[in-house]
Design a protein around this ligand. Structure first.
Ligand SMILES: *[C@@H]1O[C@H](CO)[C@@H](O)[C@H](O)[C@H]1NC(C)=O
Ligand SMILES: *[C@@H]1O[C@H](CO)[C@@H](O)[C@H](O)[C@H]1NC(C)=O
Ligand SMILES: *[C@@H]1O[C@H](CO)[C@@H](O)[C@H](O)[C@H]1NC(C)=O
Ligand SMILES: *[C@@H]1O[C@H](CO)[C@@H](O)[C@H](O)[C@H]1NC(C)=O
Ligand SMILES: *[C@@H]1O[C@H](CO)[C@@H](O)[C@H](O)[C@H]1NC(C)=O
Length: 474
């Protein structure tokens, strides 16, 4: 039970904060300290002036050696006083899941209305100091460390990395589609707010442990958004690497408001379609030769875990219902077989996606806004999976899609062999099971959604909506 809660909490972190945001944000915003855009430069400039004066003293021999020696001593003392703390603070390991508070625990986040929490270095809050990291350990976050230092008095042997670095820590990972996009969304949002500023490098941590790459799907998505950006691997070894400018995020989407999330996903969709050379179809004018709207229904299939027990039977049901409605076109695709751009293309050409629960559904945000999602779960999930199973309901909400319900399989050949109380072992038992079908239910559901979408599209055609070929927001 306890572990199941843990599982559930883990799965739900990215989402639960989303939900909390939706419910509480109007209240939270009232108590948030509202930072001005770029409050940082004044303090950086101040420290620059200070240090150049100090250096002026050291070279100005006219004023006598005593003073110059004092200044040199002072600078070297400042270099030596830079204090490194563990990146992962075990004192907060109990609460790490509720906000990842163990990463750079001595530093406070900056809150801005509607935005995810972040930290910017150098800023007034850091008194003009930049972020330095000794971070090449990939197995133990407590062995990595961080410090703040003035650019003019970096610790001995420090390497200064020019440009803007995006420094991320996530409790989850950079390979799963959903977790990955949750970790990256705040950077996309930050960039949008700051004149589409693009990073020079990524610095990725997971529990304070260095990660040298992201998964292929996420990598493609970020390339589409920011261009080819290297992931830092600290090849200089166990010496401090200091970042001229850095944005650090450790709470995933955190307190980002729903409107902002919609904007972020609009940009991701736009960028992905653009890099994949997909010309947006004017769905309003997407009609067949008889002038009827085309309704594109896609069955996004999986293999292995959470695949349909009888994919042929499920395909037959959807094909039959689609055939009944004029203009409906059914496509059946194996999500695992598709390249990144093929996934984007399939979804860009889909009005209704029906798919078993799984990371492949994260692709839903490549559909036009207001498209529909149907989701299927194997037996055991409804009772045992906790709120994490609603991930794609939330994804639909924050990317502007319509989740038209889920079907939870109630039948399975095998019952959980462990006592019912042992919900963790039972969930593990059911987690990757296959999904059955209910012909009556699926047929009614498909009919209802296809007809609904058809009516919406008829209205759109009537309005002869104009395609807005405007460019991406960034
Ligand atoms: C962080 O915030 C807490 C609570 O507001 C405050 O006590 C603490 O001094 C802050 N720390 C820093 C480094 O600003
Ligand atoms: C799968 O469904 C089809 C069509 O309903 C049926 O003919 C076939 O026997 C089923 N296969 C299995 C293995 O149950
Ligand atoms: C989505 O649907 C809502 C109504 O449910 C409508 O107000 C909105 O304009 C639609 N958005 C787009 C982009 O079609
Ligand atoms: C299948 O779905 C129909 C319609 O919702 C329902 O009445 C029926 O009980 C379901 N059949 C099974 C075996 O669950
Ligand atoms: C297209 O979008 C841009 C930016 O979102 C907007 O300013 C413009 O008015 C839109 N044009 C039409 C015809 O809707």
């Amino acid at each position: 039970m306890e572990l199941n809660q843990k599982l559930t909490k883990q799965k739900s972190f990215c989402y639960s904060t989303l939900v909390i945001t939706c419910i509480f944000s109007p209240f939270l915003i009232l108590i948030l300290f509202q930072a001005q855009a770029f409050p940082f430069y004044t303090s950086t400039a101040a420290s620059r002036v200070f240090f150049s004066k100090l250096k002026g003293v050291t070279v100005d021999t006219k004023h006598g050696h005593d003073q110059s020696n004092d200044a040199e001593t002072f600078i070297s003392k400042l270099r030596e006083s830079v204090t490194f703390l563990p990146l992962k603070d075990l004192r907060f390991s109990e609460t790490a899941m509720t906000g990842n508070t163990w990463f750079m625990s001595s530093l406070n986040d900056t809150y801005e209305e509607n935005e995810a929490q972040y930290l910017y270095f150098p800023s007034q809050a850091t008194k003009g100091r930049i972020l330095c990291i000794k971070g090449h350990d990939t197995k133990d976050g407590t062995k990595n460390s961080y410090a703040l230092a003035w650019k003019e008095t970096l610790p001995a042997s420090a390497i200064l990395l020019q440009g803007l670095s995006f420094v991320s820590d996530t409790y989850y990972d950079y390979s799963n589609l959903w977790h990955g996009v949750c970790a990256m969304a705040p950077f996309v949002g930050w960039s949008m707010k700051n004149k589409c500023w693009k990073p020079t490098r990524w610095v990725l941590f997971h529990w304070g442990e260095l990660r040298s790459k992201m998964g292929s799907w996420l990598n493609h998505l970020m390339q589409a958004t920011f261009g080819e950006i290297p992931v830092e691997s600290f090849e200089g070894g166990d010496v401090p690497h200091c970042f001229e400018k850095a944005v650090m995020v450790r709470h995933n989407a955190g307190m980002m408001g729903r409107e902002k999330k919609l904007e972020v996903f609009d940009l991701l969709r736009c960028k992905a379609r653009s890099i994949c050379s997909i010309n947006p179809v004017d769905k309003g004018k997407d009609v067949n030769e008889r002038g009827e709207p085309i309704i594109r229904l896609t069955l996004l299939m999986r293999r292995g875990s959470r695949s349909f027990k009888n994919a042929t039977a499920v395909t037959d049901i959807f094909a039959r219902e689609c055939k009944r409605v004029r203009g409906c076109l059914l496509k059946v695709v194996q999500s695992g077989d598709l390249s990144f751009c093929e996934q984007v293309k399939v979804m860009a050409d889909t009005d209704i996606v029906a798919s078993p629960h799984g990371a492949q559904l994260t692709n839903m945000f490549f559909m036009d806004r207001n498209s529909s999602v149907l989701e299927f779960f194997p037996k055991g999930w409804l009772e045992l999976a906790g709120i994490g199973q609603y991930a794609h309901h939330w994804m639909a909400d924050i990317s502007g899609m319509k989740h038209r319900g889920a079907w939870w399989d109630q039948h399975g050949e095998k019952e959980c062999p462990f006592p019912k109380r042992d919900s963790r072992r039972c969930f593990t038992f059911y987690k990757d099971g296959q999904v059955g079908h209910n012909e009556t239910f699926f047929a009614e559901w498909a009919r209802k959604v296809v007809n609904h979408v058809r009516i919406e599209k008829l209205e759109k055609v009537a309005k002869t909506s104009e395609l807005n070929l405007s460019t991406c927001a960034c």
